[in-house]
Design a protein around this ligand. Structure first.
Ligand code: OAD
Length: 238
């Protein structure tokens, strides 16, 4: 039996599926991943830009990167990976889709994803904390300011910051309650998201990994499907 057939059997028998997605799921929509080829912007690593320290030191530089990413995403459409997951959710309402992506492409495909790392499409005032939607592309002037005079920042989670409590709680609940977990397009290097699949696997729950390559967690996963998420997920989920 091939890995794909085995994984399809697991999906057919599962009652509560949890899915964790990462940047690889949006790669086929033309959004660069964080790590690997094409993951750099003007020779900066995401770790150098996605931090509160970087924003304090040079808010304009950090905003230029986010403004560039907002422009890319605004021009992008969900791909067959997002669509297959949205169909799964519609067919099986007990499915919980958790994403590390901040691009909103799961929602655009019709999913109600738990956004663990926030959203590019909300701004938060670093001064008064006010949060609101903003889809303006490009944003000018950079950095944008709040009515209170404070600097607005993307409402995303940066390195060294805590994840939003409600979303993290929903993700942990899903990892504890699922009887199958699918992990797609994530390097599994960023905590605590990366620990969700490990926690499910430690309970004896099968984990199906969809990725171009091996990841640090691969060895603990029941089925490893190598290839593009936009090709494999539609075959896996029907
Ligand atoms: P990464 O860029 O670390 O990893 C992307 C993963 O997707 C890699 O394992 C690739 O092999 C895989 N991949 C690429 N293209 C693919 C495709 N077409 N089909 C399937 N797999 C593919 O992205 P994440 O794991 O999402 O956090 O990164 C996690 C977090 O690190 C991000 O949410 C972000 C980043 O810093 C914050 O900003 C807090």
């Amino acid at each position: 039996m091939s890995g794909l057939e085995e994984a399809r059997g697991l999906v057919a028998r599962a009652e509560r599926i949890a899915v964790l997605t990462g940047a690889g799921v949006s790669a086929e929509s033309g959004i660069p991943t964080f790590r690997g080829p094409g993951g750099l912007w003007r020779n900066f690593r995401p770790e150098e830009l996605a931090t509160p320290e970087a924003f304090r030191a040079d808010p304009r530089l950090v905003w230029e990167w986010y403004d560039w990413r907002r422009g890319l995403v605004a021009a992008a459409r969900p791909n067959p990976a997002h669509e297959a997951l949205a169909r799964l959710e519609a067919r099986r309402p007990s499915t919980v889709l958790v994403t590390q992506n901040v691009d909103g492409l799961h929602e655009a495909a019709g999913s109600r994803a738990v956004e663990l790392h926030g959203s590019l499409w909300r701004l938060r005032c670093a001064g008064c904390g006010d949060v609101g939607p903003d889809r303006t592309v490009p944003l000018r002037p950079l950095p944008p300011r709040c009515a209170c005079g404070g600097l607005r920042r993307p409402d995303v989670v940066w390195f060294g910051e805590a994840l939003p409590e409600a979303e993290l709680g929903r993700a942990l609940d899903a990892a504890r309650a699922c009887d199958l977990m699918i992990v797609a397009g994530t390097s599994g290097l960023v905590q605590p998201a990366a620990s969700l699949a490990g926690a499910a696997a430690a309970r004896g729950v099968p984990v199906v990994e969809v990725n171009l390559e091996e990841t640090p967690g691969s060895a603990g996963f029941a089925v490893r499907l190598r290839g593009r998420a936009g090709e494999i997920l539609p075959q896996l989920l029907g």
